[in-house]
Design a protein around this ligand. Structure first.
Ligand SMILES: [Zn+2]
Length: 284
């Protein structure tokens, strides 16, 4: 095993535009415009990434590819990875197996038309997998998933058949070949920043961008302190992080990460490195 420390950072952008609002039935002009702002955010993010020479991973719903082709092509033209984020942004846990598979295939066809190849990576809308998702991803040739929270700096093998029943001990299912690139709501811009009001709840959001980025940098410092090799994944949405004061704080985070030795990689490359070093049957 390589003794030189490697501390990888994956910057990931869920390019939802209006899809998440439509999936929740919010189709009046204002929520739609909130998603539309993602087009502005995406342009700003592409400029920032280009100026720092960073390749990132964009989870782009088929909805966005077909609704906003020029914006989607710009992501590809900048050399970023395009990964799968469903077609209609409906959480798989709310779909039948057939519905989930049909949506998965439709989105993959849109990605193949956009990039010339199918997606290698998947992230579920709202981070809620169904009991079928892992099997479907394996059947459709995916390398990795990025929807689970069972680790922080270590990719692991996604399992099928975990059993959780009330009043019974938890039983682990079998590990599969699918590489899990773990995520966390704490490293997602949405709950920190977005104001959401529904009939029953208010999520205040609107936190200080500087304070959130400070916490995100501390997460990198702790990875450096605690593991020789690790991957830290940040999740952002162009319509969220794309606001001016957040972009300034985010760019400062990128600078600090680079100065501290972060290796910026696409998630596909990081997942391959994890698989080849640690997760293949022959890995030490
Ligand atoms: Zn999303």
């Amino acid at each position: 095993m390589n003794a030189v420390p490697r501390h990888i950072v994956c910057l990931t952008f869920d390019f939802d535009t209006q899809s998440g609002f439509i999936a929740r039935g919010m189709t009046t002009p204002t929520p739609l415009s909130r998603g539309e702002f993602g087009l502005t955010g995406a342009r700003r993010i592409l400029t920032l990434l280009r100026s720092h020479g960073i390749k990132a991973t964009w989870f782009v719903p088929g909805f966005t590819i077909e609704s906003h082709p020029a914006a989607s092509e710009a992501v590809v033209a900048n050399g970023h990875e395009i990964a799968h984020h469903s077609w209609a942004h409906i959480p798989p846990a709310q779909q039948s197996r057939d519905e989930e598979e049909a949506d998965l295939v439709r989105a993959n066809e849109a990605i193949a038309r956009l990039t010339g190849r199918k997606a290698r990576g998947y992230r579920s809308p709202s981070w809620d997998l169904s009991e079928h998702t892992i099997d479907l991803l394996l059947a459709h040739g995916f390398l990795y998933d990025s929807s689970l929270m069972g680790a922080d700096y270590w990719p692991y093998r996604a399992r099928r058949g975990d059993r959780a029943e009330l009043g019974e001990p938890f039983r682990f299912g079998e590990e599969t070949a699918l590489v899990e690139m773990p995520i966390s709501w704490s490293l997602d811009d949405y709950p920190h920043f977005e104001f959401v009001r529904t009939a029953t709840t208010v999520l205040p959001g609107s936190q200080s961008a500087r304070l959130v980025m400070e916490s995100w940098f501390d997460e990198f410092r702790y990875m450096q302190k605690s593991v020789e090799w690790g991957v830290l994944t940040y999740t952002m949405h162009p319509y969220v992080i794309g606001r001016g004061y957040r972009m300034l704080a985010f760019e400062d985070l990128v600078r600090k990460l680079a100065a501290a030795g972060a290796l910026f990689m696409t998630m596909e490359d990081a997942a391959k490195e994890a698989r080849d070093r640690f997760l293949s049957p022959n890995a030490s």
